[in-house]
Write a protein that binds this ligand. Structure first.
Ligand code: PMP
Length: 294
């Protein structure tokens, strides 16, 4: 069990200054908390350096822009703040969470006078989104009854808090039934992703992954696509129907928190996991990549 997040040592970067962790709080009446005017990032530092840091910062700004918020800092100020925070916290390997939200200046749905706030926290006890044993054994997934909405229903390219309630409900559904995660289908019924990570399937030298046309095109997903192409696999992005997923030998999730995590089963379909799999090889390649991007 992780330590609670409200009572920790250390610092949080908030609106331009470092504030002792426990003092970095927000008022109860905050627009972003009630009406979901919030975007965020999830990043991971290896050996003191964030993997694809600028890509994450750019996505944060793009997410804010999509939901109509102008971040009152520059990209380079946020880049610097992340670096300073990691060194002030004395972390080498950690998870980094920038968050942007509309504050307490104005309440309700009108946002014309809203204040925009930015904070960054970092913690070093999320070694993986899934625990070590799950990463060795592979995850068990169940198909969620909740679906990814259509692109004209939710801002799918933004890492915005609002749509995450669908992921949260799916995760709860899975855990309540004894599974580790949920497979989410999209509004058309195609396979989309896990609750907080993208999905890949392997059959021999072919690696298939859904087209990110209504869910986040993860930064890890893009890095893994590059790895598999460089290794000579045939990478195909396509719409995948749930009826097709029993044809694959292996499956895995990718994400900043999840890194590459093998999947043992989806509903009643079983996949290969372990030392002799392609997934295992890719985990080693990914580990080399994140540790060599210095
Ligand atoms: N999909 C969802 C819903 C996510 O929350 C994440 C994690 N940010 C991803 C995919 C993977 O994105 P990334 O590789 O950029 O972390």
């Amino acid at each position: 069990m992780n330590k609670a997040f409200d009572d920790r040592e250390g610092w949080i970067w908030m609106n331009g200054s470092f504030i002792p962790w426990r003092n970095a709080t927000i008022p109860i009446v905050t627009q972003g908390l009630h009406y979901a005017s919030t975007v965020f990032e999830g990043e991971r530092a290896y050996n003191g350096k964030i993997f694809k840091s600028l890509e994450h910062t750019k996505r944060l700004f793009r997410s804010a822009e999509i939901i109509g918020m102008k971040i009152p800092f520059s990209e380079s100020e946020i880049e610097q703040a992340k670096k300073d925070l990691i060194s002030k916290m004395d972390f080498k390997n950690c998870y980094v969470r920038p968050v942007v939200w509309r504050g307490s200046q104005q309440m309700g749905l009108s946002t014309s006078n809203a204040d925009i706030n930015v904070a960054i926290a970092a913690w070093d006890d999320w070694h993986s989104y899934f625990n070590e044993q799950d990463r060795l054994d592979g995850l068990t997934l169940i198909t969620s009854p909740w679906r990814k909405p259509a692109p004209d229903t939710a801002p799918y390219e933004a890492k915005a808090s609002g749509p995450y309630i669908i992921c949260t409900m799916s995760k709860q559904f899975a855990e309540n039934k004894g599974y580790k995660d949920a497979l989410m289908l999209d509004y058309r019924g195609y396979v989309a992703e896990g609750t907080g990570a993208n999905i890949f399937f392997i059959k021999g030298d072919n690696i298939h992954t859904p087209i990110p046309d209504c869910f986040l095109n993860g930064i890890t997903r893009q890095a893994v696509i590059e790895i598999v192409k460089n290794k000579g696999f045939k990478l195909i992005e396509k719409h995948i129907l749930p009826e097709e997923i029993d044809q694959y030998d292996e499956a895995f999730l990718t994400g900043t928190a999840a890194e590459i995590t093998p999947i043992k089963s989806i509903d009643k379909i079983e996949y290969n996991v372990g030392n002799n799999t392609t997934g295992y090889e890719l985990i080693k390649d990914f580990t080399n990549l994140v540790n060599s991007s210095l």
